[in-house]
Design a protein around this ligand. Structure first.
Ligand code: ATP
Ligand code: MG
Length: 251
């Protein structure tokens, strides 16, 4: 990946780097053109949130780690934006939580599925699911419903960063624990989640990994307590307050 020269001292360093990665993702056939629009929408919310991880988001990231560690069959869903922005970080999270990785696209084409799977393998993924597509999420039209029966189809906990609202709702209805990373606390995706992580995927994925490593030796009771104490409604409300009332509202 070509990370174009951006001086680290630039006040918008992270945001510019992110844009370059998405652009490179489009050039590589990993990210769809729609992905550019989604990124722009995300950036606007990140700006309003102060481009930082809120304390409430950190709590959500910790709850997400606990869920993934408690799971029997956790799966991390990857789309074109996630593959462009955090490929290696997603592989690290899979390693830290023994979760599988599945490519799952809203605009599904065989070329893009393959390009993303290759890209993830270049970043260390051993097994990439999603190409078999022998399972279906009920309640969605054919193309958007496709999953691997032994991947997301059989998962008890799924992490879906930047998921479309419809699919997030359909997955939630399947009775799976759903962790959504989405910078918009008002989006249907975030509202459908058991654990909404209102943070940039660039910060959120490494943060969940860090929590998982820290909790690696914790017993089930400790993990279950973290999960029980987490309040999704409160996390969404805290993020909305931070946006409406300004940067320091939560501190
Ligand atoms: P709804 O969930 O209400 O149906 P949508 O899913 O149709 O909305 P999109 O613009 O398609 O909305 O989805 C993109 C979502 O991903 C936005 O909510 C945006 O905030 C979020 N997003 C984009 N880039 C990032 C990022 N880097 N990190 C976290 N979230 C992001
Ligand atoms: Mg959404």
């Amino acid at each position: 990946m070509t990370d174009v020269e951006v001086p680290e001292s630039h006040p918008r360093y992270e945001s510019l780097l992110t844009r370059h990665r998405i652009e490179a993702g489009v050039e590589k056939g990993i990210t769809s053109q729609q992905g550019l629009i989604a990124q722009g929408r995300g950036e606007a919310f990140d700006y309003l949130l102060g481009e930082r991880t809120l304390p409430s988001a950190d709590e959500a990231e910790r709850a997400a780690a606990a869920h993934l560690l408690l799971a029997e069959h956790p799966v991390l869903s990857v789309n074109g934006n996630v593959a462009a922005l955090v490929p290696g970080e997603t592989v690290d999270l899979g390693d830290a939580t023994s979760a599988e990785i599945e490519v799952n696209l809203f605009n599904r084409t065989p070329e893009r599925m393959e390009a993303i799977a290759d890209h993830l393998r270049e970043h260390g993924a051993k097994d990439v699911k999603g190409l078999t597509a022998d399972g279906r999420i009920p309640g969605l039209d054919h193309e958007r419903a496709k999953v691997d029966a032994d991947g997301i189809g059989a998962a008890d906990v799924v992490l879906v960063p930047l998921e479309d609202g419809d699919r997030a709702e359909a997955l939630g209805e399947l009775g799976k624990v759903e962790i959504v990373i989405d910078l918009n606390p008002l989006s249907r995706s975030a509202r459908a989640a058991d654990v909404p992580v209102v943070d940039n995927v660039i910060r959120a994925v490494p943060a969940i990994t860090e929590h998982a490593r820290e909790l690696a030796d914790a017993d089930r009771e400790t993990l279950e307590a973290i999960v029980d104490e987490f309040d999704a409604g409160e996390a969404l409300a805290a993020a909305e307050r931070a946006i409406r009332e300004g940067e320091r509202a939560e501190e």
